[in-house]
Ligand binder design. Structure first.
Ligand code: ZN
Length: 173
């Protein structure tokens, strides 16, 4: 099988390829060299964009892989699953590399425990609070076709997407 070239370009909302952002991503069956190459491309894209996290659908690959890098707390998780969330919600400003230029307050659970596999096929559980807990929830949402804008009220979302469209038009000029 010849592997397709993996892009390190980030798919953004409104792109012709953006339906990948709304798809439920497929579980990874084997952590093989193809998965390693996808992870490499994700990390490259995340670093270039200065992001805290990235999910495979954001580079056009509909597979359940996420990458996170918050102050050196770096993880690549394959088939991540949320196994515990605290009851308390925290609101904080959130943005997304696939909806660049805009952000909004989004409520998330303060504490999250996530189980997944590493690239060397070890099962690990990550338990975090604050920003990393938020990022884990955000990236796993991507694997289920959910974007942070989905948490906003219709009026707020409309306002934000109008601003987003304006910024995109300006950039495309
Ligand atoms: Zn995102």
């Amino acid at each position: 099988m010849v592997d397709k070239e993996i892009s390190t370009d980030i798919v953004t909302y409104g792109d012709p390829s953006d339906p990948v952002l709304r798809r439920v991503a497929a579980p990874v069956a084997n952590i093989d060299s193809a998965v390693n190459r996808i992870a490499e491309a994700m990390v490259a894209a995340m670093l270039r964009a200065n992001g805290l996290g990235l999910a495979a659908p954001q580079i056009g690959v509909s597979k359940r892989i996420i990458a996170l890098d918050i102050d050196g707390d770096f993880h690549i998780l394959i088939n991540p699953e949320i196994i515990d969330l605290s009851d308390d919600a925290e609101e904080a400003t959130e943005g997304c590399l696939s909806v660049p230029g805009v952000d909004a307050p989004v409520p998330r659970r303060a504490h999250a425990a996530v189980r997944g596999y590493t690239l060397d096929e070890r099962e690990i559980t990550i338990e975090r609070e604050g920003l990393m807990a938020r990022a884990l929830q955000h990236e796993i949402d991507h694997l289920n076709g959910v974007l942070f804008i989905d948490y906003l009220s219709p009026a707020k979302r409309r306002f934000l997407l109008k601003e987003y469209a304006r910024l995109k038009r300006e950039k495309d000029k």
